[in-house]
Ligand binder design. Sequence first.
Ligand code: ADP
Ligand code: ZN
Ligand code: ZN
Length: 741
Amino acid sequence: MSRFANVIVDISHEKVDRPFQYKVPPGLAAKVVVGSRVEISFGRGSQLRTGYVIELTDEAEFPEARMKEIEGVIDGGQEPEQKMIALAAWMKEQYGSTMIQALKTVLPARRKVALKEKKEIGRLLSEEEIKAARAECERKHQTAKARLLAELEKEEILPWELVTKKLNISSQTVKSLEAAGMIRLTTISCYRNPVKMTVGQEEGKRLSAGQRSVVETVLADFDAGSRRPYLIHGITGSGKTEVYLSLIEGIIERGRQAIVLIPEIALTYQTVLRFYKRFGDRVSVMNSSLSAGEKQDQCERARKGEIDVIIGPRSALFVPFAKLGMIVIDEEHENSYKSETMPKYHTRETALKLAQLSDAVVVMGSATPSLEAYSRAQSGEFGLFKLGERLTGGELPQVYVEDLRRELKEGNRSIFSRRLQEKIEDRLNRKEQTMLFLNRRGYAGFVSCRSCGYVCKCPHCEVSLSEHKNGRLICHYCGYEQPAVKLCPQCGSRYILGFRAGTEAIEEQLLKMYPQARVLRMDADTTRTKDSYEKILASFSNQEADILVGTQMIVKGHDFPEVTLVGILAADLSLAVNDYRAGERTFQLLTQAAGRAGRGQKAGEVVIQTYQPEHYSIRYAAAQDYEGFYEEEMTYRRLLSYPPTAHILAVQISAEKEEDAVFAAREAAQAANPHETGLTVIGPAPAQIGRINDIYRYGVYIKAKDYQKLVAVKDRIEKLRAGQDRPKGTCQFDFDPMNAY
Ligand code: ADP
Ligand code: ZN
Ligand code: ZN
């Protein structure tokens, strides 16, 4: 039993202030746990304050004689805050961060933001009277007044913004009509609601047999008290979202609430609309584009039970529901579910933990589940459902794999294979739409042979080497280095180069080849604002363009029924990325891109261009064979002890002086002392980008079958680093990293 408790006094503070230490009186020891609400005296006043225990320890931070005792423990069931603090403590332990960093992640920053005021204009006259008044204004050429009155003929109440912005009516005009007793102006204070929709509600669709069996099983298990997580493996369009909607309906009927996690990029108007149609004002969204006030209000509405469903990217997980019953994770395989800032948590794992703390169930869905999730479904830890058919009728598309080596050999130097050119022309003639997809992930300098497809790889790690500015090729996993290659080691060709063709270059090419084509481009440059992203999609959806060229962004979200051709320009780009997930990512991207073709009534075709048609990721994606891919990829992971068959801890060191970074990296490597069995230490080695802004970066990778062993290593490193007189520098932990450091 721990003798001291670290307590934060005011969690509604923006910065989650530092913890204060209190003694745990023996009489309360059994009741004080992480997350407990306690009564303490704080500062000078004699009044007791409420605090939250965030940590228990036996080490006193200052002389015990001066330390106050906890006065009491406040019972009060499962407060959302208590759960969140327990969750933060778990995240700190599992992912390595400070408690304050973890708390800032799970507790919404609560600033003092006033409630929003909503102004409305309502009419005080009957429809006839308004009509007459408008006629009068028109005669007097008071056009602004006439405009407003015309609008009030249609609607009895108008929001202030509509009147002043869209109708462009000045506040003087409004005031004078108010003075004339025709309208009234009301101000109500309310929570900001980011979901502005006014559509009617809709019943759910009649579920297919497959969908029904998922919904019935999950809800029956829920009622029977089982909280086993589920994975739904279903191609895009197989009706997963419809299943989530019905599941959530069931959960709400049971008096519980639901969180729906989706990748930020999929949080489109269409998605929210579908939920809104089913749940009306009981649904809200949470995402990074909301203002602080809007975020705070959504948390407040959730806490008060005013909403039942929240939709958003990974941060929506921390919206504090009192009776959380279900967490849905759509597109479960997405990389954006891993946080890239401390604590570098994975949303799937964190959701599973939160569900456990909340007595809730987790339901995941994907067309291309991560190996992590699928292997757990295979082992029976997750229940597995398959949804196999498209419910909108469309057939799966015909897929062609075009070998770019052959194109070059036969004299075609264009970035488009002959088959793709022919099909693009055909679509232009038939007035059907085409999507061209360039996966730019591998942009960072991998080197491959244009004649035979050979990719320069590290002899020790099975990952591709990166070309550095000085021309040398470097492995970022082990530090292996070699000079640049002039001739292909496999076939002797001189065409061994880094691949550099952006979406812009492709757009130019298209316009040169097909001057009549209307081309839209979507990439990081053309979508700096959220609006522009939606605009491009809407414009393509309205058939204002024939061809949409883009990066991975275009493979998500919208349905385009008129798209009958999808071209994947260089499928290898994502294969060449220097990490072990490259094959999985490529398979996912190709499968999802291919899934864009033929979503409507017309059949679709897909052309995959590649230098490595024999690569298993490409073969299985072309055959739309997830299981085949899974088996082969797992064999590779098992062989090299990569996740999910083992775990990796990346220790990421940075320091101003190189010797400090090297020292810290060596120390970390030693902390993973090899005389402990079951640990493999790789490195230290310079990071992928060895120096940024004159800060040196070094990494150590530690592999183990048992995750908890890595947690123990992390704890040892933290302890070492807490010592006195340390060299300067920082150290971050990344468990099962998504990206090379
Ligand atoms: P996913 O989330 O797997 O991509 P959706 O739930 O979005 O699939 O469904 C794809 C399309 O099929 C949508 O247009 C949806 O309205 C329709 N759909 C889903 N379930 C049914 C059903 N039971 N009956 C008819 N149409 C359905
Ligand atoms: Zn290597
Ligand atoms: Zn070659």
